[in-house]
Design a binder for this molecule. Structure first.
Ligand code: FES
Ligand code: FE
Length: 437
């Protein structure tokens, strides 16, 4: 393995971190196996016996809630000959039967039935053949994280300054709880970190999303959200932050010329729903309507969760040059139905019309990164610039077009890649087994 520290300089990174299969394999161990990774939201496994299939990096996982309400992260890998045991996206099930030879597991991961049991060795014991499980699951404000690290930092320490920003996001809901709905899935032919770079990149909307920005202005005038990217975004007060541990924050709110609702681009049903809210809520309707548009922030929880507007997006690395993105809309528990319908309509807007611009550019970057004769990728904008500030908590803030958030996550990436992290899986009967490598 190459000396990884030689691939990261203060202002640039080496192309190999995006194209080398060995480095990708190491990332699956050290990053997606070594630290907290977002799995799902509690609303997706709300009831006893609910399940959801998710990914921990490239690993298929069945997230289950057993009859007692306990969460389990079961590796979706049959103990017999490795087939994935659950092939449904979500549902309710007490047991999972492998479709290859019929071994059946409980939703706690225990092997409960082996067909035609006669013929197995006399010492064959079902309790040795459960589904392996993640040793650690944690939740924060309804967000469920898992890791193969047997001794992770506390989830709250890992989130650090990102935790109060998650609070702000969910507290836009009247009950402080959200529910996830309506998944969209997109795949691009490029490395997963291209999506991560992009999440902290406040410079690209002016160019990458130019047609959307101009279309928006032609249709709705220059005072709607996105217009803040029409010319130099740094003139608006928008900023980006490196929150530490690879987490990033981009705040578009200073660029708005009015409230969220006043600057929201119209969506189908906009006026009809707004009229209903106004007639029902009278003087407080402005506050109610303010819950409908996106949060106007991008909060990225390393290494795989992007909170954008009102939707959550996960980054699932498939291989060094293929990545899947899944987005879900967050509706606000306790908000009027009209607000939540608008949340869903509004969240169709950017993922459908803006994300394809980004995905096209990720694929163009991956193609360019294939040029082995040109080795470095620049991330220098804002480095050492007097406008960059560091808070007492260590949060680095700079104008939105600066690349400080990217440099911050790359520092965290290198630290994790070089850490001496152990991975374990919990085998049957709570026996923890250390994984080699
Ligand atoms: Fe699952 Fe054989 S691979 S029962
Ligand atoms: Fe974008």
């Amino acid at each position: 393995m190459t000396d990884l520290s030689a691939l990261v300089e203060p202002h640039r990174v080496h192309r190999s971190i995006y194209v080398e299969p060995d480095i990708f394999a190491k990332e699956m161990e050290k990053i997606f196996g070594g630290t907290w990774v977002y799995l799902a939201h509690e609303s997706q496994v709300a009831e006893p016996n609910d399940f959801l299939t998710v990914r921990l990096g490239h690993r298929p996982v069945i997230l289950t809630r057993d009859a007692d309400g306990q969460l389990h992260g079961l590796l979706n890998r049959c103990a017999h000959r490795a087939a994935t045991v659950c092939n449904e996206e979500c549902g309710s099930a007490k047991n999972f039967q492998c479709s290859y030879h019929g071994w059946t597991y409980s939703n706690r991961g225990d092997l409960v039935n082996v067909p035609f049991a006669d013929g197995y060795p006399v010492d064959f014991d079902k309790s040795d053949y459960g589904l392996s499980q993640l040793p650690s699951i944690g939740t924060y404000r309804g967000l469920i994280f898992g890791t193969l690290n047997p001794d992770p930092s506390s989830l709250l320490d890992w989130l650090g300054p990102a935790a109060p920003l998650i609070d702000e996001f969910v507290d836009r809901s009247p009950t402080g709880r959200i529910e996830l709905r309506n998944r969209q899935r997109m795949i691009y032919r490029g490395n997963w970190k291209l999506a991560w770079d992009n999440a902290g990149d406040g410079m690209h909307p002016t160019f990458a999303h130019r047609s959307f920005v101009l279309h928006n202005e032609n249709q709705h005038g220059g005072e709607r959200s996105l217009s803040q990217f029409k010319s130099n975004p740094d003139d608006t007060g928008m900023y980006g932050e490196d929150l530490g541990n690879g987490h990033m924050f981009v705040d578009q709110r200073p660029g708005l010329t009015g409230s969220f609702w006043e600057t929201q681009r119209p969506v189908p049903g906009h006026e009809w729903y707004a009229d209903r809210i106004e007639s029902e809520y009278g003087d407080s309707s402005a506050d109610v309507l303010e819950m409908a548009p996106g949060s106007m922030v991008n909060l990225s929880i390393f290494p795989n969760l992007l909170i954008k507007g009102n939707h959550l997006e996960t980054i699932d690395p498939i291989s060094v040059d293929e990545t899947r993105l899944c987005t879900w809309v967050a509706t606000a528990e306790g908000a009027p139905d009209e607000v939540n319908v608008m949340r869903m309509r509004i969240a169709e807007d950017f993922p459908s019309l803006g994300n394809p611009d980004d995905l096209e550019l990720f694929e163009r970057c991956q193609e360019g990164l294939g040029v082995s004769e040109v080795e470095w990728v620049d991330m220098s904008k804002g480095l050492g610039h007097p406008s960059e500030q560091v808070s007492a908590e260590g949060v680095r803030r700079g104008p939105v077009t600066h690349e400080g958030p990217m440099r911050g996550y790359i520092r965290a990436w290198l630290e994790l890649m070089e850490a001496d992290t152990k991975r374990v899986v919990v085998d049957s009967e709570s026996v923890k087994r250390e994984v080699a490598g």
